[in-house]
Design a protein around this ligand. Sequence first.
Ligand code: CS2
Ligand code: MG
Length: 402
Amino acid sequence: MRITDARVIVTCPGRNFVTLKIFTDEGVTGVGDATLNGRELTVASYLTDHVVPLLIGRDPARIEDTWQYLYRGAYWRRGPVTMSAIAAVDTALWDIKGKVAGLPVYQLLGGRSREGVTVYGHANAETVDEVLEEVARYRDLGYKAVRVQTAVPGLDATYGVSKDKMFYEPADAALPSESAWSTERYLDFVPSVFARVREEFGPDLKLLHDVHHRLTPIEAGRLGHALEPYALTWMEDPVPAELQEGFRLLRTHTRTPIAVGEVFNSIWDCHTLITEQLIDYIRATVVHAGGITHLRRIFDLAALYHVRSGSHGATDLSPVCMSAALHLDVSIPNFGLQEYMRHTPETDEVFPHGYWFEDGYLHPSEEPGLGVDIDEELAARYPYQPAYLPVSRLMDGTVHNW
Ligand code: CS2
Ligand code: MG
């Protein structure tokens, strides 16, 4: 079998997605997600101009060789653009391999290790009373885990709080919008939110919170310590993680579990965090961390150090990424949780897929391959729309971490 063509499809059914579709001389095709929120066209160009020409004529069965060829052969390694492009190729090749074998990809990864993939939903609201209603709604939908985000009093906008309760899309403007941030107000407020939520829902519901890179290690230590009575499953992205060793300071101040990694794109971004057990969950995902091949390496390293998976699963990761993630989630031994932000009906139409939600679990498709495709005709009806993620500034105007 040989690769005969590869198309890069940019579509915007409510938000932008970039998809790579690979074609072979035996009619078998595969798809991979290449979406990088706010930089979609950069990855599309990297694929079109620098990757697709290298794929024509290659044997699609040689997944590892292709991965190494695209990683080492570029000379300029790592980074979100390069690794999202490699991820799309890798994911599409696993899709093809599953179809050729007549098996769902998880069977090629060692088969099932669990009956279903536990997912978490996103309860968010302007007020604590409203967020209690949202948590109840997700619990009643069958979710066993819920992320809780509320507006911080005195701030115009807070990360994770959206008007639309089911579909959260932060890339909200053709040029970056700006929002003010106050660490002091945030730190004073958040523990009271979880006191209310835990009191209302008892000890069994898994609760999570995304700090979204806003704090310093000592501030995060203070927050983690204050949240300990409410037994969160994780406090996410408490601190920007370029300085992995900075988490040593954070770790000494709290027993609240820590989840980091949705912005990571290689095993080197998290090597110290994992091997020094500075985190409890690694949030790297298929589309941004080099595909199934590389993400599996990250999870295997994590398994040696009691670190579990907690993959990113926001609306800006397409159903192609979610389909691939579920094949890993259902098979690896150290699965933790899978984020599940639902897509819009238009997105689900553009990306027909076989995974489904039931009683708090997502289940991967049993079809050969990944069990997802892209309807190119429908995709063409949704042209690209420029959209950027916001920029955060402190109250004095200093640029901060969004
Ligand atoms: C968030 C994301 O889902 C999450 O945990 O961190 O909403 C993130 O802000 C977006 O994926 C960025 O594009
Ligand atoms: Mg996050």
